[in-house]
Ligand binder design. Structure first.
Ligand code: C2O
Ligand code: CU
Length: 499
């Protein structure tokens, strides 16, 4: 991964036998205030993240390099609003579904069963899986009918923070609770980043009695704006509490699993050290005031608690400008209570500035293309790319090994988070810290440029707006990467993998 570590010199010194000997001779006491403790000297407060615990997918395979799990999509009664029951759509009975966690290089086998009343598939958002494992109906697999089963199997090529969700009727299915975190660990990550905490942010549309609002609520305007759920959840909980100790760092891996909501996260009197996002670490760490995530996007950041012992603070969702009506007259909302325990503050560790070498993609021979994200409003709202909704679109043809530069243009009244399956891209913008991405915001009335190398895994891959209401309204398409040396150059058949 090319990670450069900068071990804090303070720790190196403290571990030195010479210092230790000097200390023994002089009679230093480790509890003496003259040697302040640093973040790595202490543990997190007891039960610090208990309220944020998510079920973990159970490994059925004894091989330490294979994670073999069972997932079942089914409707389950769960309590989201206190004292009410919501018939949520779940993986294995919980919202979010079980967290899948393994290390880079591991093999993952998922025995999936669809017990929903509708067809579904699973897409592994951001993971570079073989084409036939991508879970995209119409491109890589037939949707699984009720009772259908499918075995997904792939190798984890990249460390990072990912997630999984359905790819049929995705706005409705994700909106009802179908999503889960998928973390690929890199065991060589510096421990200075702090203890890892995964936070899957989602929202769900409920009435006061906990019933799901119709997934097409709001009609055309719902399609245009994207449907934000009324209840904000962190790891499935309404306003949970996280316990922290001043100075004791935590590495937050945040996933935006909503169908339409943008997040702008702020914590009073704090800044964050952003490490990266979609595909693990960025080139450099970056000191930021807020964390912004579009639907589908992830953030990886170090949080250094700075409040005095014995106080409380609140991580807030703040409205983000994403087009017409997105911030007007809207208040911020509390997401997560942060309780700073009454213990002596510790000195935070220094976070390395350089994190990873990210070579810029060579675009000297790249093919250039423009993708215009479009909205046509007639009796219904029809969205598309270059004016064509996905059900009429012809695939973009790409030769294996080609590099392409895409101008993604947005002249519409709403921002669109552009997502590409199968390949990471780089945003060509000198003002950004270089990093690999699979989802990026294209703000209203603007454009961005990305570079992609279609270097492996030929096949059909989707791209779409990750406001899932927009994707389902047509803002989606697919490309076909063809291997010119392969004997068959016909489009890959939609795989029939019913078992
Ligand atoms: Cu998060 Cu096409 O997907
Ligand atoms: Cu959109």
């Amino acid at each position: 991964m090319g990670i450069k570590l900068g071990l804090g010199s303070r720790r190196a010194l403290r571990a030195s036998p010479i210092l230790l000997a000097a200390c023994l001779a002089a009679g230093c006491d480790r509890s003496d205030d003259s040697i302040p403790l640093t973040a790595l000297d202490v543990s997190q407060p007891q039960g610090w993240a208990d309220e944020l615990a998510m079920p973990l997918a159970q490994d059925l395979n004894p091989d330490p390099n294979v994670l073999e799990i069972e997932l079942e999509a089914r409707v389950a009664d769960i309590e989201i609003l206190p004292g009410t029951t919501t018939p949520a759509w779940t993986y294995n009975g919980s919202v979010p579904g079980p967290m899948i966690r393994a290390k880079v290089g591991d093999r993952v086998i998922v025995h999936f069963k669809n017990s929903l009343p509708e067809e579904t598939t699973i897409h592994w958002h951001g993971l570079r899986v073989p084409n036939e494992m991508d879970g995209a109906p119409g491109a890589t697999q037939e949707p699984l009918a009720t009772g259908g089963e499918f075995r997904y199997e792939f190798e984890l090529k990249d460390a990072g923070t990912y997630w999984y969700h359905p790819h049929t009727d995705s706005s409705a299915q994700v909106g009802r609770g179908l999503y889960g975190a998928f973390i690929v660990d890199d065991p060589s990550d510096p421990e200075e980043f702090g203890d890892d905490l995964v936070m899957l942010m989602s929202d769900i549309g409920l009435d006061e009695s906990g019933q799901l609002v119709p997934s097409d609520s709001g009609g055309n305007f719902g399609d245009l704006f994207g449907r934000e759920g009324s209840v904000l959840l962190v790891n499935g909980k309404v306003l949970p509490t996280l316990m922290v100790r001043q100075g004791k760092q935590q590495r937050w891996r945040i996933i935006n699993a909503t169908r339409a909501r943008y997040y702008n996260l702020r914590l009073r009197d704090h800044r964050f050290m952003r490490l990266g996002g979609d595909n693990g670490l960025a080139a450099r760490s970056e000191d930021v005031y807020n964390l912004i995530l579009t639907p589908g996007e992830r953030a990886d950041a170090v949080f250094t608690p700075a409040d005095p012992p014995g106080t409380r603070n609140v991580l807030r969702w703040v409205p983000t400008e994403r087009g017409y009506g997105s911030t007007y007259n809207r208040a911020s909302e509390p997401m997560l209570e942060i309780e700073t325990v009454a213990e002596t503050p510790v000195i935070p560790e220094a976070i390395p500035a350089e994190l990873r070498t990210i070579e810029p993609i060579d675009v000297s021979n790249a093919k250039h293309r423009t993708l215009d994200l479009t909205i046509a409003i007639a009796s219904t709202v029809e969205m598309g790319v270059n004016g064509v909704p996905y059900w009429q679109a012809k695939p973009i043809e790409i030769a294996l090994g080609d590099t392409e530069v895409w101008r993604i243009v947005n002249n519409t009244d709403f921002s669109h988070p552009f997502h590409l399956h199968g390949y990471f891209f780089q945003v060509l913008d000198e003002n950004r810290v270089p990093e690999w991405k699979d989802t990026v915001n294209v703000p209203t009335k603007s454009e961005i440029t990305i570079a992609v190398r279609f270097d492996e895994r030929p096949g059909a891959w989707m791209y779409h707006c990750h406001i899932l209401d927009h994707a389902e309204a047509g803002m989606m398409g697919h490309l076909v990467v063809r291997d010119p040396s392969a004997p068959h150059t016909a489009p890959p058949p939609a795989a029939h993998h019913h078992h």
